[in-house]
Design a protein around this ligand. Structure first.
Ligand SMILES: [Mg+2]
Length: 338
């Protein structure tokens, strides 16, 4: 009887051909996609190119038993969140994947199906890639390209003293979902468990909101919350040469997250504010300028935007989280990579 098809039996080129080539699409800006030594594409004269890359490592960023259909979608979405934070339109990506040769073909097919689904949902497609056999874990690197109008990209470096600080969606759900997965949090309700896990496994890149913010010209600085609310606000502070004060009472938490704090105590707040992988947008706007923007965000993109604090003068360029007017001491300052 023939054994299960694996990467080894199919070979690298067979894999690329069978799984990834069909994901390519026609695009007037792409002269050459998958199938040559390099891709060839142009960007419109009035636009600038955005590029971002993100690597997911088995055992560090995802468990071996993670559903490959989910994994592929997450791998694309975390990159899409970076393009959203710059206010751009995502276009094409490169995929590099290292897989053990004994990986079942089914796993790769599911991974390809996830890429296809996310590609169709967000209108992006691969223009090239590389697959290699791995003696160790699965490693997935996606490099995403996007475009944005000339001088229109929203950077981290423009925050000004007096600006109000805003964040989209809710903060901390993903960190709680991860804590549950790691066994350090017991989530009582089944419904909350499903919600928090979903928020961790399948973040929502805020592309429509990013575009709306960019078109408004109002944000002075913008970032996506990948390392944790406090750490990413710290990135804005450092790049802009300012400080920031946010009030924990104003930070938007989901009902599910609030129930975890009620069940397990306020120590969880530290995890929620520093855990990361929220992929929400964090941005600053001059005082009194954002009312219409917040209303438009809700109406046109369905995303809630909440004011959580202000940009202040500071010598150390570090954000402060206030609780009842006192600075909170947080155990971590966000996810550190090494
Ligand atoms: Mg980012």
């Amino acid at each position: 009887m023939e054994g299960a098809k694996t990467l080894a039996s199919l070979g690298e080129f067979g894999l690329i051909r069978e799984l990834f080539t069909p994901l390519g699409r026609k695009d007037e800006l792409v002269d050459q996609g998958i199938g040559d030594d390099a891709a060839v594409f142009s960007i419109p004269r009035t636009q600038q190119l955005l590029t971002t890359t993100d690597t997911l490592l088995e055992g560090i960023h995802f468990n071996s038993d993670m559903d490959p259909f989910l994994l592929a979608r997450k791998a694309l979405r975390v990159n899409l969140a970076d393009i959203a934070a710059m206010g751009g339109l995502p276009k094409w990506y490169l995929l590099s994947i290292a897989v053990p040769p004994n990986k079942p073909l089914e796993w790769l097919e599911e991974f390809g199906r996830g890429l296809k689904e996310a590609g169709e949902q967000y209108d992006v497609f691969p223009i090239g890639g590389d697959t290699v056999g791995s003696k160790g874990p699965v490693v997935i690197t996606i490099t995403l390209f996007g475009i944005v109008g000339e001088d229109r990209a929203m950077k981290r470096s423009g925050a000004q003293v007096g600006d109000k600080i805003f964040v989209s969606g809710t903060i901390g759900d993903s960190a709680l979902g991860l804590s549950q997965r790691l066994g350090s949090l017991q989530v009582r309700s089944r419904e909350d468990l499903v919600y928090l896990k979903h928020r961790h496994q399948l973040p929502e890149p805020r592309l429509a909101l990013g575009a709306l913010l960019q078109e408004s010209s109002l944000p002075h600085a913008c970032i996506d919350v990948s390392d944790g609310l406090v750490a990413d606000l710290g990135h804005i502070c450092a790049a802009s040469g300012v400080g920031a004060e946010i009030d924990v009472a104003k930070i938007p938490f989901s009902e599910a997250a609030k129930r975890q704090v009620a069940d397990h105590g306020e120590a969880l707040l530290g995890i929620m504010l520093t855990g990361g992988e929220d992929y929400e947008l964090l941005f600053t706007v001059a005082p009194g300028m954002a009312e219409q923007l917040v209303a438009d965000a809700a109406e046109k993109t369905g995303v809630m935007v909440t004011e959580i604090g202000q940009v202040v003068k500071s010598d150390d360029h570090k954000p402060v989280v206030l609780k009842d007017g006192e600075a909170m001491s947080l155990s971590g300052q966000g996810w550190t990579h090494f």
